[in-house]
Design a protein around this ligand. Structure first.
Ligand SMILES: Cc1ncc(COP(=O)(O)O)c(C=O)c1O
Length: 881
């Protein structure tokens, strides 16, 4: 076949198959192309070397016999060699019949259930769930029709208005499926509706064919009985349940390897069986000896009416699932209306039969191995818990179906940065990556429990593989315990590091203070400024090249979700107290800028999500830091969700003006004779700064990014300036060349650009330069000039010099960003209305100053530009930090 591109397999996968996943696999260096799979080993070739890893993810639980079990591959080859028919629909499918009989035999042999089960074969697990729900609906509808007929007959005999109403109620009754919190049943329409994780099901939640109610398995039996009872549609003569079925996994896999208590399942059976509601047991992951026994549900001593199988059934070679429905529940019509082209193919059925045969032959050995495997890993975890306490929270599961839940509790001294990734749902992805790349073992994350890694190898896993896993887990836990983030991630950066660098300890996450009655909750939203800022978030990552961090941030962007990383109490000079909650997004300014320029709504949507999150936390006043205000048109586009939003821009402008005035005074600089240059004049902040300073200076140079005649916005801003100040038109120079700053004595810079386009050659000798842009637009060579007074503007001091005690917030030594200070002021002053949204006015600036003064917020000491935070990473080479 001709190819369209000469891309690498990884690039092709990202381009043509899964753009987002491809990026994340690459970012975590999980994007290997496995070229050989045998038993518990997988091979891939990298830099012309063959690398071998032990597989503990086991094809998401499907390679129960290991990869390419020789008896199965032999059978597959023989079948193909003999040219056996594979797709002969609408004929007697002999192999399917054999398989269905074998499954009945095994159920009778291994459970106390002697009922006949009718088997529907499917192509996947999710299709088995889909078919089971469809069947349950059919069964329920049939039962409902029969029931209504009975009531109608009764009503015909003795007409009764009560019965008539009851019939109407029954006719409009919406069916309901009971599932369990934490469940996972697949990702197609019906199965995902029964899956608890909102990230997967939200688009299917509303208006489906049936409702779903998720039971909390920790609830008391009394509560369970009441819940089930409440779903009865009753009149005083009869009762009919809304419930079409109760679907459950005996051990929840994707939910974090959680075993459901026998009492819970027995309770459900006790209340559902009399109502004729089928128990639908999803053994797709837990069944077929995954836990050491044929079905995991046997232990709970309940008798499911539907049994769902998948994954292991195909022995890792065939794609096959099965729904087994007890004869008394089975609707004969189902076999007529539910078909699929590939289901019942002879090839898959033959392989499934062989898989069952191999498992049965080895069942005693498998049972013993399962117990041993569990105990071996448990004893490894016990040792880890002694050596590296608190890293692991729980060890869960049975046999070859195990979960290790890592601790992310506040009392665990985890690296701050890792905690952020945990909040984003991805910390254990880094653990998985470390184990694969640095220890040669492949484990999985669980899809709905971001703190748990899962281990589900083949039942024939070797002692050698087990030893590698034990070693890998010990090494991983030691790294986490010692907070060595670079050691954990060194393979991601394609860079050499010294031993010393790898040993650097990252700062720990500090516990956040608890809520207090009567103390207002205030919030502020931030994001990563740029790669340098990101790198400074974790001392361990200092040696990583900035372009690598840049790429990481860019590739990660779509996955980033808002999270709270800091919280502290702040007291105002007016005696009021607030808790300041700071929310972050692992998104760099460049991402926001790209969104603004490309008119994408992604950055806006993430900002909106953060507002929702803060509102759910009970935040009253919420400040929009950096680009979150720009993408939301200075806050105007956002739904405040009940909070009072502010961009904090009023105080930023006020502090910049105060900064210039105080600098001029300190330097005995006569502003009345000076020319003021403003870069970003038509922007919200610089426009109002210009209005406030116009009467104090002699002349002004207003710089715009593009030719003036092309920008009505700029022209309008100039008109406004002339109306609102005494400055004369002849004293205004309008330009779109930064070079025109050369004759300015004072320069104010505040744009949305992330570039450092103001160079030394643009600045006059002995000028005063104030920079309110974050990140800075001023090149380092300007900051380094001794004759120029170059300062970071727009910084404020919190009341009584309180500091924001988190390293991710810059400038904490002298104050903080004025937009944070404005949010704090509004919270302390109890201003319960939106503030600084949209276009700023002179009046608003004065009001913000007033409020700030009242609570003790003022101008921070001015400081030369910080050597790293505010500066664009691209000029990395000029300063040595
Ligand atoms: C319990 C359970 N049910 C259903 C499914 C869906 O199976 P499949 O991925 O084959 O569609 C899974 C998959 O992980 C599962 O674990």
């Amino acid at each position: 076949m001709k190819t369209l591109t000469d891309l690498s397999p990884q690039e092709k996968y990202s381009k043509f198959v899964r753009p987002e996943l491809g990026k994340i696999l690459n970012l975590l260096k999980l994007d290997v192309v496995y070229s050989k799979a045998c038993s518990d080993k997988l091979e891939f070739i990298e830099k012309e070397k063959t690398k071998v890893v032990y597989d503990f993810l086991g094809g998401f639980g499907s390679t129960i016999l290991g990869h390419n079990h020789p008896e199965l591959t032999r059978l597959a080859t023989d079948l193909l060699g003999q040219k056996v028919p594979i797709h002969t629909q609408a004929s007697t499918r002999a192999k399917s019949a054999d398989l269905a009989e074998a499954l009945n035999f095994l159920i009778q042999k291994h459970t106390a259930d002697t009922r006949l089960f009718i088997t529907t074969l499917t192509n996947s697990g999710t299709e088995a769930v889909e078919a089971a729900i469809k069947h349950a609906l059919l069964e329920w509808n049939q039962k409902k029709s029969d029931f209504i007929l009975k009531i109608k007959a009764q009503n015909a005999r003795e007409p009764n208005s009560l019965l008539e109403n009851y019939i109407k109620e029954l006719e409009s009754l919406k069916p309901l499926l009971l599932a369990v919190e934490g469940s996972f049943h697949g990702k197609t329409a019906a199965s995902v509706a029964a899956t608890a994780n909102d990230a997967y099901r939200s688009m299917y939640r509303a208006g489906g064919l049936f409702d779903v109610s998720f039971l909390n398995p920790e609830n008391s039996l009394e509560k369970l009985e009441n819940l089930i009872g409440d779903l009865d549609c009753k009149c005083n003569l009869a009762s009919f349940s809304r419930i079409i079925g109760f679907i459950f996994e005996p051990i929840q896999g994707e939910g974090g390897i959680n075993e459901l208590a026998s009492e819970f399942l027995q309770g459900a059976e006790k209340y559902l069986r009399p109502r004729g509601v089928p128990l639908i047991c999803d053994e797709i992951q837990s069944g077929l000896y995954r836990t050491g026994s044929f079905l995991a549900v046997t232990r709970a001593q309940v008798r499911p009416d539907y049994i769902l199988l998948g994954k292991s059934l195909g022995g890792g070679l065939a794609k096959i699932g099965a729904v087994l429905v007890a004869r008394e529940h089975y609707q004969d019509h189902f076999g007529w209306i539910h078909t699929s082209t590939f289901a019942e193919d002879d090839f898959s059925s033959a392989l499934a039969l062989k898989t069952l045969d191999i498992l049965e032959t080895h069942k005693d050995d498998i049972e013993k191995r399962a117990i041993d495997f569990y105990h071996d890993i448990k004893s490894c975890i016990d040792t880890i818990n002694i050596k590296f306490p608190k890293v692991i929270k729980k060890f869960k599961g049975r046999g070859f179906f195990l979960g290790i839940e890592f601790s992310f509790e506040e009392s665990t001294k985890l690296p701050d940065l890792l905690h952020g990734f945990y909040e984003n749902g991805h910390a254990t992805y880094f653990y998985m990556s470390y184990l694969l790349r640095q220890c040669g073992v492949r484990v999985g994350v669980t899809l709905s429990a971001p703190e748990t890694i899962r281990i589900e190898p083949s039942v024939f896993i070797s002692a050698e593989a087990k030893a590698s896993l034990v070693l890998g887990l010990e090494r991983l836990c030691q790294i986490l315990y010692e907070r060595k983030v670079l050691k954990l991630t060194s393979h991601l950066w394609k860079q050499e590091f010294s031993q010393l660098q790898l040993e650097v300890v990252a700062p720990a996450k500090e516990p956040l203070p608890k809520r207090e009655e009567g103390v207002r909750e205030v919030g502020f939203l931030t994001h990563v400024l740029h790669a340098r800022h990101a790198r400074d978030m974790c001392t361990s990552l200092k040696p990583v090249a900035l372009e690598k961090i840049d790429k990481f941030l860019a590739d990660y962007a779509n996955q980033a979700i808002p999270f709270k990383f800091h919280r502290q109490k702040i007291t105002g000079r007016n005696g009021e107290e607030i808790f300041l909650n700071i929310y972050g997004l692992f998104l760099s300014t460049a991402f926001f800028e790209k969104n603004v320029r490309g008119q994408s709504l992604q950055a806006f949507q993430k900002t909106q999500d953060a507002v929702k999150m803060a509102a759910a936390d009970g935040v009253t006043n919420l400040g929009l830091g950096q680009f979150t205000s720009i993408v939301s048109d200075n806050g105007l586009l956002l739904d405040p969700c009940g909070t009072y939003l502010t961009t904090g821009n009023s105080l930023t402008a006020a502090m910049a003006v105060q900064g210039i005035l105080s600098l001029a005074e300190e330097r005995k600089f006569n502003l009345a004779n000076a020319r003021l240059g403003v870069v970003g004049f038509s922007g919200n902040i610089c426009h109002v700064i210009s209005q406030l300073l116009a009467d104090s200076v002699k002349s002004m140079t207003l710089i715009h990014r593009e030719p003036i005649e092309k920008s009505p916005k700029f022209q309008k801003a100039v008109e406004d300036l002339l109306v609102s100040s005494k400055i004369l038109p002849e004293n205004l120079k309008l330009s779109h060349h930064v070079e025109d700053l050369r004759d300015c004595d004072v320069v104010v810079v505040g744009t949305n650009s992330t570039q450092e386009f103001i160079r030394s050659s643009h600045i006059k000798s002995n000028a005063i330069v104030l920079d309110v842009s974050v990140p800075s637009n001023i090149h380092r060579e300007v900051w380094l000039r001794s004759d120029v007074a170059c300062f970071q503007g727009g910084l404020a001091r919190l009341p009584n010099d309180q500091k924001i005690q988190h390293p991710w917030i810059p400038y904490t030594d002298i104050g903080t960003f004025s937009c944070i200070a404005e949010t704090v002021s509004l919270g302390l002053a109890g201003i319960m209305r939106p503030f600084s949204l949209g276009k700023l006015s002179k009046l608003q600036i004065l009001e913000s100053l007033e409020i700030a003064k009242k609570v003790g917020v003022g101008l921070a000491g001015l400081r030369p530009q910080d050597s790293h935070i505010g500066v664009n990473p691209k000029s990395d080479t000029i300063l040595i930090d």
